[in-house]
Structure formats: structure tokens, C-alpha cells
Design a protein around this ligand. Structure first.
Ligand code: NAD
Ligand code: UDP
Ligand code: UDP
Length: 322
């Protein structure tokens, strides 16, 4: 294929990575997925298994990696608070050592590299909606710090490799994203609520549920990611990518109960420490520079996601997920 690239996706067996690998292969690129399967699963990539354009290596990005590619999407890092807080030191190592290794690789190859950063770098924000120039309010010592500070340091490293070594970089600040291939047990709110609703179990709202989030469907997010990678070299970000439709967690619980016709009741569990009160992206920069805007409404996206988890639960009728 003309314009075919060799593309490395770290964390490619995870939720976002698996969608990205599928899109890139469908565009005719030669895709190498690197993953240590900490939260990812080969099953997410089953349909690519026999595709000659696709390859997987089991590898931890905190160790050096020597391969030959044209572009790197650096997604390796657990994203759910439950998982990234399970082994906080490893989470920071993955973000920081992982970034150094992937930047070193990009430098040796003169490859373009995109960092999957996060809205968490804004911490519990005082500015609303969050714009890219807001510097954030992160608790350095709290339970979310391993992830937030790791991702902040990774952004600094990306920027410094750009300044110091002229590396072509892209920094993408991803806001809450949901859809098929989320791990059923990863503890994020959309997957938790859908599974509880489908099983007619209590829906676990943390705190009063008046905290807000803005949920982006995965296909919109991945389109934003590739648009950023393919944008002109001068545009390095950081750029917010997310859906600006803001909703309270309580309202999300009600919406999911309604969509699934569930008998579930809403219960209230303790609010985790440092849980951000409000989160919503200002996406003017993405609209202006990438001509990107999300297209899938929350209702449409949730319907697709409910149907995915419904199938998964039917397949795993004995209750075992793997
Ligand atoms: P995920 O947990 O489903 O995927 C992460 C992948 O990285 C998994 O396959 C995991 O096994 C792999 N991984 C973890 N540590 C690794 C290591 N040391 N070496 C190699 N592989 C490793 O999470 P996701 O939702 O797909 O998130 C992907 C990226 O996007 C992450 O960097 C995350 O911080 C970022 N992000 C996601 C969201 C979201 O809402 N999904 C929001 C903000 C940022
Ligand atoms: N690295 C890698 N693959 C490569 C080149 C480098 O994994 O193809 C790693 C290597 O571990 C190195 C890190 O990237 O320590 C940073 O590389 P850089 O060249 O920036 O710095 P170095 O530490 O080599 O001076
Ligand atoms: N949450 C909840 N019940 C759950 C899981 C999460 O009420 O079972 C809340 C959580 O406290 C937070 C929001 O939902 O306010 C989003 O949580 P998630 O872990 O999905 O992502 P976060 O945006 O906090 O990283």
C-alpha cells in the first residue's frame, strides 16, 4: 500500500489500544502492539490474530525496546483508578520510565510519537470547563498522584525531547472514554453501572453522585487520536479530546437503569479520596486545529456499550471473566 507506515502501539491490548490497532490495520498499516497484559487482554485483538499486518509482543515498557517503526502511539498505562492504585509505584514507572524508553526509541528512529495523556493532569480543577492552559490542582501525595504526577512528568519529558532533540511529538489529553472492550472488572463507572444494571444488582454511586464527568464514545476518541497524529508537525498539543456533554454520576446511574430496563436500585458508597468534583473538556482547540468534534451522543454510545456487555455476560454465564 502507498503511504503504508510501520506503527507501534504500546498498551495495544487494552481498551483504547485495541480499537486503535483495529483502525490502523483497517487503513492498511503494519501494526506492532506491545503490551504486558496488566489490564489488557489478547481477546480484545482476536479478530487481528491471523492478519499479516498485525503482530503482538509481550513486553513491559519500563524496559528498553529495540524495534524499527515510523510512528509510536504511547498508550501503555492502566487507566482505571482501581488498577492504577493497585501498584502505584509501577504506575509511575510505567508513565515515566515508559515515556523515556519510548522517547529514546523515537529519537533513535526519528519517529513521530503521540502520548496518551489525561484530564487527570488537571487534578480536582478550579477552572471549568478545563482549557489546555490551566495548570491543574493535583494532590502530590494522594492516592491518584501515582497516575496524575506520572502523566504530568511524561508530558514534561515529551515537551523536553521536542525542544532538546527536535523530536516530532503530539500530546493528547484524553477525558473519560467508554465503549466496547472496557474490562468488565476494571472498576470504571460506565462498565460498573452497566454490569450492575444488567445483573439487577444495586448501582454503586460513590458519594451523593453530584460529581460530574463528560463521557466520550470510543470511536470519536480514536478518530481524534489519529487526527492529532496526522496533523501538521508544528501542532504538538497538548490538546483536550473528549465529549463536552457534562452529566452528574447520579444522572448517569438513572440513564443506565432506564436504558437497560433494570430493577436495580441506586445505593450510595463512600466517595473515594480526591475524587474530582467536576470535569468537562473545553474542546475549542481540537475543533480549530483538528476540525474534530464528537459525533456519538451519550445515549447512542451507551446503547452500543450495553449490548456489548450483555453479550459478554451471556458468554460468561458462569460468572468468570478472563
Ligand atoms: P487500559 O487499562 O484498558 O489499557 C492500558 C494497556 O496498557 C493495557 O493493555 C495494559 O496491559 C497495558 N500496560 C499497562 N502497563 C504496561 C507496561 N508497563 N508495559 C506495557 N503495557 C502496559 O486503559 P485504556 O482506557 O485503554 O487507556 C489507554 C491510555 O489512555 C492510558 O495511557 C490511559 O492513561 C489513557 N487514558 C484513558 C482514558 C479513558 O477514559 N479510557 C482517559 C484518560 C487517559
Ligand atoms: N531506548 C530504547 N530503544 C531505543 C533507544 C533508546 O528503549 O531504540 C531507551 C534506552 O533505555 C534509553 C532511553 O530510551 O535509556 C532514553 O534514550 P536516550 O537516547 O534519550 O537517552 P540515553 O539514556 O540513551 O542517553
Ligand atoms: N464512580 C461511582 N461508582 C462506581 C465507580 C465510579 O460513583 O462504581 C464515580 C467515581 O467516584 C467518579 C466517577 O464515577 O466520581 C468516575 O469514576 P471513574 O473511576 O470511571 O473515572 P475517574 O474519572 O474518576 O478517573
Amino acid at each position: 500500500m502507498k503511504n503504508q507506515k510501520k506503527i507501534l502501539v504500546t498498551g495495544g491490548a487494552g481498551f483504547l489500544g485495541s480499537h486503535l490497532c483495529k483502525l490502523l490495520v483497517s487503513e492498511g498499516h503494519d501494526v506492532l502492539c506491545v503490551d504486558n497484559f496488566y489490564t489488557g487482554n489478547k481477546k480484545n485483538l482476536e479478530e487481528l490474530r491471523d492478519n499479516p499486518l498485525f503482530e503482538i509482543i509481550r513486553h513491559d515498557v519500563t524496559f528498553p525496546l529495540y524495534v524499527e517503526v515510523d510512528e509510536i502511539y504511547n498508550l501503555a498505562c492502566p487507566a482505571s483508578p482501581v488498577h492504577y492504585q493497585h501498584d502505584p509505584v509501577q504506575t509511575t514507572k510505567t508513565s515515566v520510565h515508559g515515556a523515556i524508553n519510548m522517547l529514546g526509541l523515537a529519537k533513535r528512529l526519528n519517529a513521530k510519537i503521540l502520548q496518551a495523556s489525561t484530564s487527570e493532569i488537571y487534578g480536582d480543577p478550579e477552572v471549568h470547563p478545563q482549557t489546555e492552559d490551566y495548570r491543574g490542582r493535583v494532590n502530590i501525595l494522594g492516592p491518584r498522584a501515582c497516575y496524575d504526577e506520572g502523566k504530568r512528568c511524561a508530558e514534561t519529558l515529551f515537551h523536553d525531547y521536542h525542544i532538546q532533540h527536535n523530536l516530532r511529538i503530539k500530546i493528547m489529553r484524553i477525558f473519560n472514554t467508554y465503549g466496547p472492550n472496557m474490562h468488565p472488572n476494571d472498576g470504571r463507572v460506565v462498565s460498573n453501572f452497566i454490569i450492575q444494571a444488567l445483573n439487577n444488582e444495586d448501582i454503586s454511586v460513590f458519594g451523593k453522585g453530584d460529581q460530574t464527568r463528560s463521557f466520550c464514545f470510543v470511536s470519536d476518541l480514536i478518530r481524534g487520536m489519529t487526527s492529532l497524529m496526522n496533523s501538521e508537525d508544528q501542532f504538538i498539543g497538548p490538546v483536550n479530546i473528549g465529549n463536552p456533554h457534562e452529566i452528574s454520576i447520579f444522572e448517569l446511574a438513572e440513564t443506565i437503569i432506564e436504558l437497560t430496563n433494570s430493577k436495580s436500585k441506586i445505593i450510595h458508597n463512600p466517595l473515594p479520596v480526591d475524587d474530582p468534583v467536576r470535569r468537562c473538556p473545553d474542546i475549542s482547540l481540537a475543533q480549530e486545529k483538528l476540525n474534530w468534534t464528537p459525533k456519538i451522543s451519550l445515549k447512542e454510545g451507551l446503547e452500543i456499550t450495553v449490548s456489548y456487555f450483555d453479550n459478554l455476560l451471556k458468554k460468561a454465564a458462569n460468572g468468570a471473566f478472563n
